[in-house]
Design a protein around this ligand. Structure first.
Ligand SMILES: *Cc1c(COP(=O)(O)O)cnc(C)c1O
Length: 469
């Protein structure tokens, strides 16, 4: 006898289960502030509660949701908690969540224009919208030689920029002589990218930073000159606008001028800070962008669009596509052959791609530019007030100047007192913050940026500091 297909939800079952899932999530978010931000679990605690084997027989959806409630929710670090100030927060918002649901249901793979025209064209359009919305240089728009693409992460964006730069500098034949540059404060993904791109072991120069933790462009010029004198080829410079550790801003105009002389590609990583450019008053942070080759920022950090969503722009898409395009016969089609369409598979490492622009589109339309600006400004103002409270506190000091909504501070009595303060704050369960090291000293980072985080939550941390520091 022939095998029957399994039971799939019929339309009514799907409606009922879907409503239950959205109801669960709405309840979770509504009451999230009452949960402790972190779980306090030990390694293995979660697995010990899960069965050893996948079930043989189908289970009802209600049981799955009950287990999310019983087993998963208590074992989370609640990234959407209003008291989450660790790392950089990762924004999710209801419109983004619902777009993600629709995207999953459509189940589209947008590897080629022809595999779903809306997936490609909506992406091109919303990334052009973001150029205007963030005041980015017009050369990043898709109607010229450049254009934007959504990557899964800033790490992937840096890697793609590196691969394009590598090929522009001569590719595999030149590989042993190519050199990449970044600062000691750059994100670890730059070093990882250099390794993946196959550069030599000694090919990454870590350029010194000044007292403000921003790259010293004079030092960059000096190492680059030494490398050229030694017969090496400066290929790639990664500058950071808003470093992960302290929010430092590299001097992009000076860096671009130095790199231009050597013919090196300049990539600007503004993973976190880039979202602030929706507000005109923060655009000076992006000075010099018109002279760089590529730029990336993460709407999934601070622009209400859940992970994953990195906006990656190139001033000229040709080197990127040349580095990443491989066309097997089974993917050939008339639209691609006509040269009139974008096939985003050529702009990224994997072939397949999710319909990510849908959530960005929902967010941009649901909040409008004014909503996005209010989101950023509210957080920056709250962080500003928090920094003032730190300065006014007799036992606390700023470790560096506040950068947008990131405040780095420490106890005046030294590292042990700072660590104890971090433990005491996190032990309240009301908030979660993480640390960094600046100038060899332990520093606490308050990164304000959660979707549900308001000035009240930030003020509450300052009140706790009055008691605990
Ligand atoms: C967060 C961050 C990254 C890494 O982002 P992913 O999207 O997770 O790869 C890279 N650079 C900077 C400056 C960051 O703050």
């Amino acid at each position: 006898m022939a095998t029957e297909p399994p039971h799939h939800f019929d339309a009514d079952e799907f409606r009922e289960a879907g409503r239950a899932a959205v109801d669960w999530l709405a309840d979770y978010l509504e009451h999230l502030g009452r949960r402790p931000v972190t779980s306090g679990l030990e390694p293995g605690d979660v697995r010990s509660l899960l069965p050893d084997r996948a079930p043989e027989a189908p289970e009802p959806f209600a049981d799955l949701l009950a287990d999310v409630n019983a087993l998963i929710a208590p074992a989370l670090t609640h990234w959407q908690h209003p008291g989450f100030f660790g790392y950089f927060p990762a924004n999710s918002s209801p419109p983004a969540v619902l777009a993600e649901l629709i995207s999953a249901g459509l189940g589209v793979n947008g590897m080629l224009w022809s595999t779903s025209p809306a997936c490609t064209e909506l992406e091109t359009q919303v990334l052009d919208w973001l150029v205007d919305l963030c005041g980015l240089p017009g050369r990043f728009r898709s109607d010229g030689p450049g254009g934007g693409v959504i990557q899964d992460s800033a790490s992937s964006a840096s890697l793609c920029a590196l691969l394009a730069a590598r090929d522009r500098s001569g590719g595999a034949a030149a590989l042993s002589r190519l050199v990449a540059y970044t600062s000691s404060q750059a994100h670890s993904s730059i070093e990882k990218g250099v390794r993946i791109a196959g550069f030599g072991d000694q090919a990454l120069r870590v350029v010194e930073v000044g007292d403000d933790f921003a790259m010293d462009a004079g030092a960059l010029a000096a190492v680059m000159t030494a490398d050229r004198d030694a017969g090496l080829v400066p290929c790639f410079v990664a500058a950071t606008v808003g470093t992960t550790s302290s929010g430092a801003v590299d001097p992009v105009p000076a860096i671009a001028a130095v790199a231009a002389e050597a013919g090196a590609w300049v990539h600007v990583d503004a993973a976190w800070a880039g979202s602030a450019a929706v507000c005109p008053e923060f655009r000076p942070l992006l000075a010099g962008l018109e002279a760089v080759d590529s730029y990336a920022f993460n709407p999934h950090k601070w622009l209400l669009t859940n992970f994953d969503c990195t906006a990656f722009y190139v001033a000229d898409r040709q080197p990127l596509v040349e580095a990443l395009s491989v066309v097997p016969e089974y993917l050939r089609n008339a639209a691609s052959d006509s040269g009139e369409v974008i096939d985003y598979r050529d702009w990224q490492v994997p072939l397949g791609r999710r319909f990510r622009s849908l959530k960005l589109w929902f967010v941009l339309r649901s909040y409008g530019a004014e909503g996005l600006r209010a989101h950023i400004r509210h957080h920056v103002e709250a962080a500003e007030r928090f920094a003032e409270r730190v300065v006014a506190h007799p036992n606390l000091e700023l470790a560096t100047e506040r950068s947008l909504a990131l405040v780095c501070f420490r106890h005046v009595d030294g590292d042990e007192a700072t660590r104890n303060l971090q433990d005491a704050l996190n032990a309240t369960g009301e908030l979660f913050l993480t640390h960094t090291v600046l100038s060899d000293r332990h520093v606490l980072r308050l990164a304000v940026g959660g979707t549900w985080t308001t000035a009240t939550h930030v003020d509450r941390v300052a009140d706790l500091l009055d008691d605990l520091a």
